[in-house]
Ligand binder design. Structure first.
Ligand code: E4P
Length: 217
């Protein structure tokens, strides 16, 4: 399973990248706004900076919702760097645009996915990645990881090549459960990635080893 970091914060991207386990980055307009990135030039430059920092797929989201505008915006995003993946919302014109991008050699990440039906449609259009938002599904009292399992089964039975990119990850357990459920990628906040490190018995065991090591010098 690949690990992406879900942020536009350069310090967090650097920290995750330095761990040596990072395969890519996902962003969205909310994450860009959170970092105070404003205006088209600043946004394009920010994507370029991220592409130069991380050797992996970088999702850049369109904000257009009409087919021709999505295509024009996506072409500009894709031109920033070969590693850019154009992130397109799961709407009717979005599906049409994903098909257009597929036919024209531009990779896509279909975002805002909340059902197996949407997953089938995105795969039929040739999406490179599919982003089910599992945390938001949990927030609405459904089981987000269960959706990952269902999509994984459907894609496997049907031979769809679209990669399942589990998004809206809230904690380390989500990552483990998505790995079990067949996600190809997890895009996670830095805290959730670092949460995978934690176990109290590791801390207790290390303290004891270091204490005993003093007796051996
Ligand atoms: C994924 O690509 C999305 O940007 C993200 O995971 C959404 O997460 P949220 O539900 O925490 O906003």
């Amino acid at each position: 399973m690949k690990f992406f970091i879900d942020t536009a914060n350069l310090a967090q991207i650097k920290e995750a990248n330095e761990l040596g386990i990072l395969d890519g980055v996902t962003t969205n307009p909310s994450l860009m706004a959170k970092e105070g990135i404003k205006g088209n030039d600043a946004i394009m430059n920010h994507y370029k900076t991220i592409c130069e920092m991380v050797d992996g797929d970088i999702s850049a989201e369109v904000i257009s919702t009409e087919f021709s505008a999505i295509v024009e915006e996506g072409k500009k995003l894709a031109a920033i760097h070969p590693n850019i993946v154009v992130k397109v919302p799961m709407i009717k014109d979005g599906v049409k645009a994903i098909k257009w991008f597929t036919d024209n050699g531009i990779r896509t990440n279909c975002t805002l996915v909340f059902s197996a039906g949407q997953a089938i449609l995105a795969a039929k259009a040739g999406a490179t990645y599919l982003s089910p938002f599992i945390g938001r599904i949990d927030d609405s009292n459904w089981d987000g990881v269960e959706l990952i399992s269902q999509i994984s089964q459907i894609y496997s039975i049907q031979g769809f090549k679209t990669q399942i990119l589990a998004a809206s990850i809230r904690n380390a357990l989500h990552i483990v459960r998505c790995a079990e459920a067949g996600a190809d990628v997890c895009t996670c906040p830095l805290d959730s990635i670092l949460g995978l490190l934690k176990h109290p018995l590791t801390d207790i065991g290390l303290a004891k080893f270091l204490e005993d090591a003093k007796k051996t010098v």
